[in-house]
Each structure stands twice: as structure tokens, then as C-alpha cells.
Design a protein around this ligand. Structure first.
Ligand code: MG
Length: 253
């Protein structure tokens, strides 16, 4: 099931994507179930919004694809997931503008698979991780690469407003089987990898992160980016595509 959050006629609602329509839900399905109102809105008439606004945090994993570790000048990927956070104020939706901050001269895209947490999760075992996942969507871990190097830690480089595009929808029945991720800038392929290239699995990341802090419903985990990160400049359109999840498209300005 593909869940969208959208605005239409001045109202914000959740809906289930049914081909070219959105079947309107009575409530946020994460908390209120999947009861529908009976109303249908043509997808073409709706503005899709970020499918989730994280309650507390976006948890990110750095260096989770071996080829990306190499391109960043590293030798060995970290033995454990390398965690950092993005503030929920960095989240934007599909087609929203990535605002390039004047404080940086080198902004880069990082296309990533995003996990949406569906229930309170603390000390989750890897074998139980599935039970705390609401669904999957696509993320772009936009990064001010110059500030990341300069600061020595990543809060500023990863945390600007608009630096966490999410969407277009949440898939509640995502299959990893044969799934790939691809990032394009103005149509040119920059990143392309099978999701099976991830070093630390989603289950292991949830176990590792939930041993540190409680994950809340609506929190999002970005699972790391494959090789091919590169700059974006004003006017560039970034598309991140994941098999079965659609395309997350944003233009930088
Ligand atoms: Mg990243």
C-alpha cells in the first residue's frame, strides 16, 4: 500500500494511492488506521507533501556502502553503523525546493533509502525490527561537503533547512528483492547501486540505534548513500529513484 500526505482544496490529508487517485483516509494511518472517508482525489489535483514529518529526529547512517567509503578517501567501512542526526526542520516534500545556503560553496546530493518507524522502539532485537517499521520511502541526505570537512562533525553540514527531502509516498509492503537505488541530476545518472550493497542491514541499524535512543513513530532512518555523490548548483533537479517506491524529485535554488 502506498500512503501519501497531500494538500487539496486547502486541506491536508493522508491517502492511499490507487493508480491515478488518492483514496482519502480519515486520519494519519500511523495512529488512526486505514479507515477511508469514501472521498477520492485525482492525484493530478493534489500537491504531495513530505509523507511523514518526523516527531523527533531523522537518524542517518554514514558510510554504509563500501564504494562510497572509498570515494570519500576511506579504506575500511566502519565495523558498526556510523550514526548522526538531522533535525526534523530539515525535512521537505517532493518537488519542494532545496535551498542552497550562502554559508556553503559545495552542496552535494546523497540519494538514500528511508525507513519510517511506526511504533515506539527501544532496545529492539534485529529479528524484531520488522515490527517497528511502518514503511519505506526515499530520502536525499543533502550535505554541505565543505562544512562537513571544516567542522569535523556533521551537524551543520547535514542540518540546514530543506536538506532532507522525503517522499513521494510511504510503501508499507516494500520488497528488497532485486531493488536498486539511482540518483540522477538533470537526467544524468550519478549514483546507482543495488540495495543489497548496504553494509549494515535495516534490522541491524534499528537494533543499533534503538540501543542508544528511543525511536518514536514517525521518526525516519536514512540508510546511507552509494558511490557517486556530487555537487548540485542552483537550477539543478535531483531525482532519487528506488524500485517500487517511485521517484523523489527536487530542484535546488
Ligand atoms: Mg548520507
Amino acid at each position: 500500500m502506498k500512503i501519501a500526505r497531500f494538500s487539496h482544496d486547502g486541506a491536508i490529508n493522508f491517502g492511499i494511492l490507487d493508480e491515478t487517485d488518492l483514496v482519502v483516509l480519515a486520519a494519519d494511518p500511523m495512529f488512526g488506521g486505514f479507515e477511508t472517508t469514501g472521498e477520492r482525489v485525482p492525484l493530478a489535483d493534489a500537491v504531495l507533501l513530505a509523507p511523514v514529518i518526523p516527531r523527533s529526529k531523522v537518524v542517518c547512517v554514514g558510510k554504509n556502502y563500501a564504494d562510497h567509503v572509498k570515494e570519500m578517501g576511506g579504506d575500511e567501512p566502519p565495523a558498526e553503523p556510523l550514526l548522526f542526526l538531522k533535525p526534523n526542520t530539515s525535512v521537505i516534500g517532493p518537488n519542494d525546493r532545496i535551498v542552497l545556503p550562502a554559508l556553503s560553496e559545495r552542496i552535494e546530493h546523497e540519494g538514500e533509502l528511508a525507513v519510517v518507524i511506526g511504533s515506539v522502539a527501544r532496545n529492539v532485537r534485529p529479528e524484531d525490527a520488522e515490527s517497528v517499521i511502518f514503511g519505506y520511502t526515499i530520502g536525499n541526505d543533502v550535505t554541505a561537503r565543505d562544512l562537513q570537512k571544516k567542522d569535523g562533525q556533521w551537524t551543520r553540514a547535514k542540518g540546514f533547512d530543506t536538506f532532507c527531502p522525503l517522499g513521494p509516498v510511504i510503501e508499507t509492503e516494500f520488497s528488497f528483492e532485486g531493488a536498486t537505488i539511482e540518483t540522477r541530476v538533470n537526467g544524468d545518472i550519478r549514483q546507482q547501486a543495488p540495495l543489497s550493497d548496504m553494509i549494515h542491514s535495516v534490522a541491524d541499524i534499528i537494533a543499533y540505534a534503538s540501543a542508544v535512543f528511543t525511536l518514536l513513530p514517525g521518526d525516519v532512518i536514512l540508510t546511507g548513500t552509494p558511490a557517486g555523490v556530487g555537487p548540485i548548483v542552483s537550477g539543478d533537479t535531483v531525482e532519487v529513484a528506488v524500485s517500487g517506491l517511485g521517484i523523489l524529485r527536487n530542484t535546488a535554488a
